[in-house]
Design a protein around this ligand. Structure first.
Ligand SMILES: Cc1ncc(COP(=O)(O)O)c(C=O)c1O
Length: 384
């Protein structure tokens, strides 16, 4: 059969954003592989490369040492058990599907990621939001509000199946005090899921300390791994539900559809683990870099949104000054992207000038200064 498809476009695929650029996109900074893991890619790039010595269950494979890795991850997170997933969203869906009943409510914060809503929808659940203590400019979640939202639902005879808190959200980079919500969840006797897509692998997270029943994390976002992969950690109390096995295939865990990450991504997650364990110890230094960026760029007319001072590396700025320049520049909004690119910096959305998101997580101080000076130079050059 002659198939009429032009296959040329699949030859020599090149990433448009060169790895040589300093990438300021917050979703990319925590997923950059250390050298050790790049070697793993060469070793394990074939399809089911993780399955050479599998005797029925991914989480029990000892060569490569996945079984031990999952035990180590549980220690790292201070949780009882851990399973690999394809990402944070898959972990959220697994929890909702395994422990809630159709029609239950998931109570979540207003800064929750879209994947939290979509997971609930896929699991046929309802959501109720906990709002802000303040809207503009901090968008700080009113954590005490969890109580009120739950009470209101219960008064109406609704069943709350799960409390979900976004540890750090992807819009403002606000860090929430998970302990507060953990306490409310325990007092109410409702399971508590902490979404750590932006925290586990970047900063220390202690599951038992914050009374989390479940933690989901993202390998490609924050654990220096190739996508897609992630982590679901849970405590003994819920182990039966999360790890329930199939009647027909008694070795296979239903919620994992038998096996989740069964190739290269989990290998990179493992080989980056020693690097990740070390880097979370340097979190204070990352915060210093982030606050330096905010202080310096506010001097040229940027305004940081979200809680101040920053407690996480994701920064959202309002940038009226860039917007002003864009009105006069023939490249319009693209001038900023263009000028940054000339200076070897990428990852800021092309054409956008009203608000920008950025992160300098993991950059050397010299690079951070270079980024700050480059942005200042662009603003000063064109703001005439
Ligand atoms: C807060 C938050 N949660 C979850 C996700 C999704 O993570 P994953 O791709 O691992 O499902 C994101 C992605 O941006 C996020 O910002």
């Amino acid at each position: 059969m002659n198939i009429d498809i032009n296959l040329d476009k699949y030859k020599n695929l090149r990433r448009n954003l060169s790895r040589e650029l300093i990438n300021l996109n917050p979703i990319q900074r925590g997923g950059i592989l250390p050298k050790e893991s790049k070697k793993t890619v060469y070793e394990y790039w074939d399809g089911y490369s993780v399955c050479d010595f599998c005797y029925g269950r991914l989480d029990e494979i000892t060569s490569p040492p996945i079984k031990e890795f999952l035990e180590d991850l549980s220690k790292f997170l201070n949780m009882d058990y851990t399973r690999p997933t394809h990402g944070a969203r898959e972990g959220k869906f697994i929890v909702m599907h395994a422990i809630c009943k159709e029609g239950d409510y998931v109570v979540l914060d207003k800064n929750a990621h879209y994947t939290s809503y979509v997971s609930a929808e896929r699991a046929r659940l309802n959501v109720a939001e906990v709002g802000y203590e303040e809207e503009y400019p901090t968008y700080k979640i009113n954590l005490e509000g969890y109580k009120e939202v739950i009470d209101n639902l219960e008064d109406k005879g609704k069943n709350v199946g799960l409390i979900l808190l976004t540890h750090v959200d992807g819009e403002y980079g606000n860090l929430n005090d998970a302990k507060k919500v953990g306490k409310i969840a325990k007092d109410k006797g409702i399971p508590f899921l902490l979404n750590c897509a932006y925290t586990v692998g970047r900063m220390p997270v202690n599951g038992k300390e914050v009374k989390a029943d479940f933690i989901v994390a993202s390998g490609h976002k924050s654990m220096a791994a190739s996508g897609p992969c992630g982590v679901l950690a849970f405590n003994e109390e819920f182990a039966d539900k999360i790890t329930k096995t199939s009647e027909r295939y008694p070795l296979k865990e239903i919620e994992m559809l038998g096996c989740t990450s069964r190739g290269l991504p989990i290998l990179t997650l493992m080989s980056s683990f020693p690097y990740v364990v070390e880097r979370v110890k340097k979190w204070n230094e990352e915060i210093k870099k982030t606050r330096y960026v905010v202080d310096e760029l506010e001097k040229v007319g940027f305004k940081q949104l979200g809680i101040k001072p920053k407690e996480h590396d994701l920064i959202k700025f309002e940038t009226p000054i860039l917007d002003e320049i864009a009105k006069k520049d023939k490249r319009r909004g693209f001038f900023f992207y263009d000028e940054l690119k000339k200076r070897g910096i990428g990852g800021i959305r092309a054409g956008v000038t009203k608000e920008i998101k950025m992160s300098v997580y993991g950059l050397e101080w010299e690079q951070v200064e270079y980024v700050v000076n480059s942005i200042k130079e662009i603003v000063e050059k064109y703001n005439k």
